[in-house]
Design a protein around this ligand. Structure first.
Ligand SMILES: NC(=O)C1=CN([C@@H]2O[C@H](COP(=O)(O)OP(=O)(O)OC[C@H]3O[C@@H](n4cnc5c(N)ncnc54)[C@H](OP(=O)(O)O)[C@@H]3O)[C@@H](O)[C@H]2O)C=CC1
Ligand SMILES: N[C@@H](CC(=O)OP(=O)(O)O)C(=O)O
Length: 360
């Protein structure tokens, strides 16, 4: 029996945080996984989950999870897990995730620490699953049999690369992209941004976010070297990001203008391309793959976070306001659910893909 046919035992690191809570909601509803172990800091270890976490999801804590004891994030405490999902704070994710993959666990991380390492897949699972070819190089480098690490992108990056990938595949290379984000407060974790800073306000800085987005897009939309030992990021595309925090709970909105390297397609051709975009995770029948990767907003004042963030159960990107750009070629507005496709949902689909392809 392959691992794509059996239920996988899942560990969650950082289980008490914003992304960790989303993991618990999504894994509890997913027939491919059984939640096996929960880990967090020493502050939480030894406590029942319901007492360790400040639960902020609109779904209730699943009954089966409420009284599970939180463990310290030590690999010896996670034996029996087939996969380990990480929603760890980046200040500790580097050391802890390394300890897990070096202990031969398959680790699916949301933290930024390993994203730009050349033989680590930075994988948005509806965009670049071809980067899984890098896993063999990681295993060879460290003498691992089962262990590896696959990372998610930054949550804003994960929305942006989806239409860019569709357009690049269909119409050839892009030359320039400008993106302005309006990012929800759940992106800052808990307790996150102080209410006195964000209510009745917009904060025009998310520290470190802009260069991170600009670099991640180049890696994700690029390929891997022919010997699959490293990623081969794009070199000709120029990306400029401006990131803002806005008083929205969930859902990052992004206003995008782009220029093609060649002659631009018509607006109708662009719409058709986005509508028709499909990915490998869909064709493999992965449980969490959205039916429609890109949903085109039907009304002209959409997408809006409150109305559209749950499109495709949070795994679709909604694109609207597609129109000609007088400076570049085309501009549009997109919306991505930052803790689903932008975080936990992407990790889970990455793991489903890994199981289908025999990496687990
Ligand atoms: N929120 C989002 O939309 C996105 C977040 N990310 C990334 O995901 C990760 C988690 O983010 P988020 O959930 O928002 O953050 P939170 O601050 O809400 O949660 C952080 C988690 O890390 C745990 N933790 C903190 N210190 C330690 C430690 N010393 N040892 C073990 N565990 C520790 C916390 O446990 P405890 O409760 O015990 O302190 C908690 O479970 C970050 O790396 C973030 O950058 C990526 C994409 C999107
Ligand atoms: N910085 C993002 C969320 C996040 O934590 O991203 P990253 O893992 O790239 O630091 C936001 O605020 O919405």
């Amino acid at each position: 029996m392959s691992s794509s046919d059996r239920v996988l035992n899942a560990g969650v690191l950082g289980a008490t945080g914003t992304v960790g809570q989303r993991f618990i909601v999504l894994l509890s509803q997913n027939p491919m996984f059984r939640i096996h172990s929960l880990g967090a800091s020493e502050r939480s270890a030894g406590k029942a989950y319901r007492l360790a976490t400040k639960w902020k999801m609109s779904d209730l804590i699943p009954e089966a999870i409420k009284d599970v004891l939180v463990k310290p994030c030590d690999p010896s405490q996670f034996s029996g897990c087939d996969v380990v999902f990480s929603g760890l704070d980046a200040s500790v994710a580097g050391e802890i995730e390394k300890a897990f993959f070096e202990a031969d666990f398959a680790v699916f991380s949301n933290a930024k620490n390993y994203r730009m390492i050349p033989n680590v897949p930075l994988c948005v699972p509806v965009v670049n699953t071809d980067h899984y070819a890098l896993v063999a190089s990681q295993r060879a480098e460290r003498g691992l049999k089962k262990g590896f690490i696959v990372t998610n992108s930054n949550c804003s990056t994960s929305g942006l690369v989806v239409p860019l990938k569709a357009l690049q595949d269909k119409f050839g290379p892009l030359r320039r992209v400008m993106v302005t984000t309006l990012q929800a407060i759940s992106g800052a974790g808990y307790p996150g941004v102080a209410s006195l800073d964000i209510l009745d306000n917009i904060v025009p800085l998310i520290a470190g976010e802009e260069p991170k987005m600009e670099a991640e897009v180049m890696k994700i939309l690029g390929g891997v070297t022919t010997d699959a030992s490293a990623c081969a990021p794009l070199t000709d595309l120029r990306v400029s990001a401006t990131c803002n925090r806005v008083p929205v709970l969930d859902g990052h909105t992004e206003c995008v203008s782009l220029e093609f390297a060649g002659a631009p397609p018509s607006i109708e051709e662009i719409k058709q391309c986005l509508r028709e975009y499909t990915c490998e995770a869909q064709s493999l029948g992965c449980y969490s793959a959205p039916k429609q990767v890109i949903q085109l907003a039907e009304q002209e004042d959409r997408p809006q976070p409150r109305l559209d963030r749950n499109a495709g159960d949070g795994m679709s990107v909604t694109v609207g306001r597609i129109r000609e750009c007088p400076v570049f070629h085309v501009k549009f507005t997109l919306l991505v659910h930052n803790t689903v496709l932008g975080a936990a949902g992407a990790s889970i689909l990455n793991a489903e893909y890994a199981a289908k392809k025999g990496y687990l």
